[in-house]
Design a protein around this ligand. Structure first.
Ligand code: HEM
Length: 474
């Protein structure tokens, strides 16, 4: 008797491209897609349910300036005592609703940072010096914060996306677009118009990232299919979206006053590389209580627009191999799981497909690629102006909120972009370009060399004013 193996009839399956982007955490409030980009998938939960009444109440009474103009708990340093007297030890182990977990993370990180940095803010207002922060986070904050951070996969400390900015806004009129005038803040440290403007400008920029993510994925898909027409269209779309984002960024000057920034930034400082936390932070009552924690503070460096752009155009791999670039990589771990995975996905795909080489094979693609690099330059240049006007002009404190050395870290990345522009522009035979592209390419190259000269002179001068810089370059 012969044996005939049974054949399993395979159903025709649509081809699944395993290089396509997929969120790694389907339960997170932060899903990266072409609809919401880097914003949470639904608008943030504004108020905590009644069982968290005391936490809600403390946060409402906390800001330096309350909505009616009267002073809040932080004004005269009464928050610490209020926390110790009033805050119960919440057990959040049975909470599973993702929106509530995110709101609890936001609120506990706000309260935690305000508690730890309250003495620094008082001292800064009196003397212009930060002194030392509280170094023990009481168990009423530490325990639920650690628990909620573990549930959402975050570090138990204030961060840009999941607390300070991208999960801290309320839409005034849900029927209207998410633009600056339609956004209000939920939590505040200072309650001033400048704090409002500073945070809301970030949110209004990120409101454009649905399109940005869509175009980034289209760029990668076009190279995968070696489709030049689609590639050029996607590069153009990416650049146009970046233009809108830079346009919103430029409004920072009017929405947040440069000489008021230092009045609210104390509370977003971290414990890593900050002289105010020489011994880190002790999380009272946690199993690892005896290991002090060192976390980077809240920073726009944890936004994903620039890291995505650096990675898509293969700039990250061209950063110098030095401690400053290690800091850049470290910053990328302070964000929602899906943001981090997306940034990493774009980096590995762009490297595997060699997006830059594909662009350089065609003059029009090269010109469009260059315009995208120029956008990144424009962002970082404006940002350097912000840093000089909002911070460096007003203080000699050597470290930024995220723990990076204030006068060398940002120039490390800006210089990389300027170098990349030179390299690409030098490879391009502009006679092969239509006139409109030719004029743009020439303008980009000239601007880049001028800025490079000015920047290296500035950094040299500033290093003399901030001699301590190298101590903080990790
Ligand atoms: C008044 C306005 C601003 C000031 C004073 C400022 C200041 C800073 C500083 C000092 C850093 C260094 C990192 C650290 O915190 O240790 C930084 C990094 C960064 N900030 Fe801002 N920032 C401002 C607005 C913005 C806005 C609106 C965005 C938009 C998302 C943004 C995105 C970034 C990015 C992407 C980095 C990393 C830069 C890089 O990779 O080269 N910042 N910021």
């Amino acid at each position: 008797m012969s044996f005939t193996p049974t054949r399993v009839r395979l159903q025709a399956q649509p081809l699944l491209d395993h290089h396509e982007w997929k969120n790694i955490d389907p339960y997170s409030q932060f899903q990266v897609d072409g609809r919401r980009g880097f914003l949470p998938k639904e608008e943030p939960l504004v108020e905590l349910p009644g069982r968290y009444e005391v936490l809600e109440d403390l946060l409402q009474r906390m800001p330096l300036k309350l909505p009616d103009g009267s002073p809040g708990l932080l004004t005269s340093g009464e928050l610490g005592e209020a926390v110790r007297k009033e805050l119960p030890l919440y057990d959040i182990s049975s909470e599973t609703d993702p929106a509530l977990l995110m709101a609890l993370f936001r609120d506990l990180t706000f309260l935690g940072s305000a508690y730890l940095l309250e003495p620094c803010d008082l001292r800064y207002r009196e003397t212009g010096d930060y002194g030392l922060a509280r170094e023990i986070l009481p168990k009423e904050i530490a325990l639920p914060l650690e628990a909620v951070a573990t549930k959402i996969g975050a570090k138990p400390f204030m961060e840009y996306a999941q607390s300070y900015a991208l999960y801290n806004y309320r839409v005034k009129d849900p029927g209207q677009p998410l633009v600056y005038d339609n956004i209000e803040l939920i939590r505040k440290f200072s309650g001033t118009a400048s704090e409002h403007g500073f945070i809301v400008v970030h949110v209004a920029m990120v409101a454009h990232t649905g399109q940005l993510v869509g175009h980034a994925l289209e760029v990668l898909r076009a190279v995968r299919h070696q489709d030049r027409v689609q590639f050029n269209r996607a590069l153009q779309g990416y650049r146009d979206t970046l233009d809108k984002i830079n346009g919103v960024m430029e409004t920072m000057w009017k929405h947040s006053k440069p000489d008021e920034y230092l009045s609210f930034r104390t509370f977003i400082m971290g414990s890593k590389n900050q002289p105010m936390f020489p011994n880190g932070i002790t999380f009272e009552g946690t199993p690892a209580e005896s290991n002090p924690r060192f976390y980077r503070g809240e920073s726009g460096a944890n936004d994903s627009i620039v890291p995505t752009s650096d990675n898509l155009f293969q700039l990250t791999g061209r950063m110098p191999d030095n401690p400053l670039t290690q800091t850049l990589r470290d910053f990328r771990t302070y964000r929602p799981r899906n943001h981090h995975a997306f940034v990493m996905h774009v980096e590995s795909e762009a490297e595997r497909l060699q997006v830059r080489d594909f662009a350089l094979q065609d003059p029009v693609s090269t010109a469009l690629y260059l315009q995208n690099l120029d956008w990144i330059r424009d962002f970082r240049h404006r940002h350097w102006l912000f840093t000089k006007e909002y911070i460096i002009k007003h203080t000699t404190h050597p470290v930024a909120t995220g723990g990076s050395p204030i006068v060398t870290w940002l120039p490390n990345q800006l210089t990389t972009v300027l170098n990349a522009i030179h390299e690409v522009a030098a490879k391009l035979d502009t006679t092969q370009l239509p006139p409109v592209h030719r004029a743009k390419v020439e303008e980009i190259a000239v601007k880049a060399s001028t800025q490079q000269r000015i920047l290296s002179r500035e950094v040299q001068e500033l290093q003399a004013r901030f001699p301590d810089q190298n101590r903080y370059s990790t």
